[in-house]
Design a protein. Sequence first.
Length: 97
Amino acid sequence: METELQELLGRYERLRAHLRNEDRDLPIDWSEMAQFMENDEVLEALEERTRDRVNALTAALVRLDEETYGTCTVCGDEISEERLEVLSTTDRCAGCA
């Protein structure tokens, strides 16, 4: 999880830097401007998904440190190993999800 988190943090910072770069050359042509805006929308969606994954990984690592990883935050039961293999950052058992 820590390796994935570090990779995602790097990606997130690159996406943010690109989207916040005010020195980017804006297209003059309307069709190019439409493509430019569409590309930014895709990058913004990637930024949001990356941020969400970073937050989920960070929370899971905190639960690992607190020795509560694998325990449902709703009912307190154990989360099955199968579920954790598929959804490593989940904080809920299948019944509470």
